[in-house]
Each structure stands twice: as C-alpha cells, then as structure tokens.
Design a protein around this ligand. Structure first.
Ligand code: UTP
Length: 476
C-alpha cells in the first residue's frame, strides 16, 4: 500500500517527488512494466498528481496478467457437467403453496429490490443511461419508469414499503440522479430509494497489456461489472439499511428488461421453500447460440457459464433425444438470502474479474485522443452470478419467457434483443391480458398496461374495461 501524504492540499513538491519515485519503482517491477502511465506526470498540478497516484495505488497488477484468451474450462471438467435441476412451469402449476408463501413474505415487508443500472449499454448505442431509454410501446415511458412503477405497485398491493437499491456507475450516475429527480422518482418514496455507484477496474491494451490512459492524469477504466454490486452495496451501507428494515430476501434484476417480474411472489415462495441462498428465474434457451448465460451443475453445485465464455461443445451438447442438454438460460433475475450475500460481500475478492475485449478511448504517447472503431482493449468485469460458486444451495425456477423476458441489448438493425422486439413482447403480453378479461383488441393495435393499473392478468378482472380497443391505448 502506497502511503499518500494527506490531506492533498498539504502536499509539498518534495512529497510528490517521493510519491513519484515510489510509483516508478512499483510500475517498473511489474510485468509488463507500466511506467508509461507517469509519462505526463510533470505537466500535472498537485491535485491531479495525487489523484493519479491514488488510482495507480488501487490497481491490482495480478489481474492485468489474466489471459483473455484462456479457455474458461478444462476439457476434463467439461465432461462431468450435468444439467441442473429446475422447478419447471409444469410443476409450478400443480401447487399454490409457493405463491402463498411468497405473498406472506412480501406482506411482512421482508423483501427489497436491487436494480443494476451501471452498464455502458455499448451495443444499444443510446447516448444516455439505458434506464432512460423510452421503451413503452404507447406511452414512451422509460425503462426506469416501467420498473420503478412496478415496485410502487407491489408496495401498494401488499401494504408495505419496498426499498429500491439502485446501482449506477461513474458512466451513468449523474444523468440517472438528474432523471430520477426531475421525475420525482416515479412515485417511489424518497426514503425508499438508495442510489449508489459501483467501482471501476482499469482497461489495458489488448496487445501490449499496458494500462491505458484516458487523459494525462487519469487511467482509462470501465465499470467493474454487475458483480461490482457486492462491493458497492457493502461500501455504501446497503446491508445496514436492509438490517434496519428487516429485509432478508433481496430481489436482484437488470435494468434492461421491461418485462422483469420484480419480486414475483411465486419465485420468492420457491426460494423460501427450498431454503436457498440464491434462486434464479430461468428460461429455456431459444437456441444454442442465444446470448444468455447457461446453467450447469456438478454434484450439488450449480453455476452459470456466461455466453461469451461458453465452450462450443457445452453450448451445443444434446441429450439422448437430441434436445439441448443444458437448456436453462439465465434471465439475470435472482433472489438472494441477505445474510448469505452479506457474508460473501465481507470476503475480499469474492468474485473473480473476467476479461473481455472492448473498444476503449484513450490517449497515445503524444497525448492525442484515440477513439478506436474495433475492440482495442481488455476490460475486466465481475459477474454477480459467480456468487453461485459460494453455495450449494441454488434453486432454479422456470418462468414463462413471453411474460418475463424481453431484454433490450441491441439496436433495431439487429434481429434479437432490440427495443422493437421488447416493445412487441409488451404489446403481445398486454393484448393477451385484455383478451383474457374479455376486451377485444383490433389486430395490429398497440396496447400497453402500466404496472400501476395492473401487475398481472388477474388484476384486470376487477377493472372496468372497454368491450373493444381499436386505437393505440395506454391503460394507467
Ligand atoms: P450487460 O452486461 O448486458 O451490459 O448488462 P450493458 O451495459 O447493458 O450493455 P453492453 O454489454 O455494454 O452492450 C446487464 C445489466 O447489468 C448492468 C447493466 O446496466 C444491465 O442492467 N451492469 C452491467 C451494471 O450495472 N454494471 C456493469 O458494470 C455492467
């Protein structure tokens, strides 16, 4: 640990010379040598020097040696993988016990929600944080609004306050805060909203493995992945807040799915009945190349192989009937037992950092800004689902894809996981709800139902609805 003289404004130039010498010594001792990050040191003012020194001091140089091309699994290990047990939709339809158990847990105010919204949304190419993306097919409401209103509606239904822990990153924090303020947090009680920022990890040049500089006094960094939630929640006091409120079940979801079934009572019930540390909503993988993480198991251990790291043999393996062997795909919706989460969060480096190739803007040796069009760098991300390596108690619950999973990842020029496919899924789902309630919806007409109007198909039973709908309609 580098001893930084403190506070910064008391630094003398002799202190800073000593800091530079210490840094140089360290940067030269690592492989590959990283002393280039001090190339612009002499042009920096005192504050910038202190900031850069702190940033360098935080770098885990062992991490930079990670081989981005390493096979994620040893072949022998792959051979012993099994498909994990799943509570299928069929099994769920035969009993209401889980639903009732989940409702009771919600009524007792034991459930909190975390939404992760720190991603860079590179593929979508939307300039703002993805949560601000206007997804409502009729309303144009943002992803933030759709999901937060679901939490508000759940709180009303069960007569409880459901806190939202919203994770941002240095990329999304300011704009998110501003957007939520301007919109009164979409009706969520301000005391029930905690916005906290995740950490970052440095990016390195993919060829030379040298740290990249974003500017003369700043390393290029990226958000540390959705797994950064663990550290960020601990550092920002989320666990204390949960303890104060008596929350022992935490629903975790991603900001980019407008159908996200937040804190679903059925899921919560299965989680409790299974006495699980982690419970996940899974879908049947659409095909062997679908970009979702895939569940595998070995003995009592269940975990996810991320699609970007999937060995082809595992992704395409079939059973005796020629059906996909590993059929369970990750929706990114999990429940965590809070004491488990807190225990693991207290362990240093509980989640590994995975390398992945990415375009990262940086400056070159002459200080000129470079904006590559192709992936030039390796960034590191922690995955929240690596938590599964810390427990033998993971439960998987199948959900109806059409009613729960429509991620917005890609621009509309692509075929899957776009805003267009997500809007179509919303319209299809809500049309089905209305038809079930006896309302005719004219073909090709978009309908959208706010969570504040109905959280599920059965909620429509008690509403006064038109006999038919012939123009785009938003029920709110
Ligand atoms: P993705 O991994 O799909 O990333 O995130 P992304 O940012 O949405 O899109 P790309 O990959 O850059 O195109 C899944 C969820 O995890 C969150 C995202 O905001 C999204 O809700 N996430 C991802 C974070 O909160 N932090 C991260 O560092 C990465």
């Amino acid at each position: 640990m580098l001893l930084m003289p403190n506070p910064v404004d008391e630094l003398t130039s002799a202190d800073l010379d000593r800091v530079k010498d210490d840094l140089l010594c360290r940067l030269r001792s690592v492989v590959p040598s990283q002393e280039h990050v001090l190339a612009h040191w002499d042009q920096l003012d005192e504050i910038a020097k202190a900031k850069l020194a702190t940033q360098i001091d935080d770098v885990d140089f062992d991490l930079l040696r990670t081989d981005a091309s390493r096979p994620p699994l040893h072949p022998q290990y792959e051979a012993s993988l099994q498909p994990p047990p799943v509570i299928t939709l069929e099994e769920q339809s035969s009993s209401h016990d889980a639903f009732l158990e989940g409702e009771l847990c919600l009524q007792e105010g034991r459930v909190g929600v975390v939404l992760v919204a720190g991603g860079m949304g590179t593929r979508l190419g939307f300039e703002q944080p993805k949560g601000m993306f206007p997804i409502g097919p009729v309303s144009g409401n943002s992803l933030f609004q759709v999901l937060i209103e679901r939490i508000v509606a759940l709180g009303r239904r069960y007569g409880v306050r459901i806190p939202l822990y919203l994770m941002t990153s240095d990329v999304t924090h300011k704009a998110t805060i501003r957007f939520l303020r301007e919109n009164d947090a979409f009706g969520l009680n301000p005391d029930d909203l905690r916005v906290f920022c995740q950490g970052t990890l440095p990016a390195i040049d993919a060829t030379t493995k040298k740290l990249l500089l974003a500017s003369p006094g700043e390393l290029a960094t990226c958000p540390d992945g959705h797994g950064g939630f663990l550290d960020a929640a601990r550092k920002s006091g989320c666990f204390e807040d949960m303890a104060r409120r008596g929350i022992d079940v935490l629903f975790y979801g991603q900001m980019d799915n407008p159908l996200l079934l937040i804190a679903d009572p059925e899921l919560i019930g299965h989680h409790l009945l299974a006495n699980a540390d982690i419970t996940t909503h899974i879908v049947r993988r659409a095909c062997s190349t679908e970009k979702v993480g895939m569940f595998v198991s070995q003995g009592p251990k269940v975990w996810i192989l991320e699609y970007s790291e999937l060995p082809k043999e595992v992704a395409t393996a079939t059973d005796d009937d020629g059906e996909p062997l590993f059929w369970a795909g990750n929706t990114g919706a999990h429940l965590f037992r809070v004491p488990f989460l807190k225990r693991i969060a207290s362990r240093p480096n509980a989640l590994p950092a995975h390398p992945c190739r990415k375009q990262v803007d940086h400056i070159d040796e002459q200080g000129r800004i470079q904006q590559p069009l192709e992936p030039n760098a390796i960034k590191f991300e922690k995955f929240i689902f690596d938590l599964m390596h810390h427990t033998n108690r993971t439960a998987l619950v199948e959900c109806d894809r059409a009613a729960t999973f429509a991620p917005v990842k890609n621009p509309d020029s692509m075929a899957t996981d776009t805003a267009a496919t997500a809007r179509a899924a919303m319209v299809k789902l809500h049309t089905g709800w209305l038809q079930h309630a006896g309302t005719e919806v004219a073909p090709g007409i978009d309908v959208e139902i706010s969570p504040l109007f109905a959280l599920s198909k059965s909620d429509l039973g008690s509403k006064a609805l038109a006999a038919s709908i012939g123009e785009p309609t938003f029920l709110t």
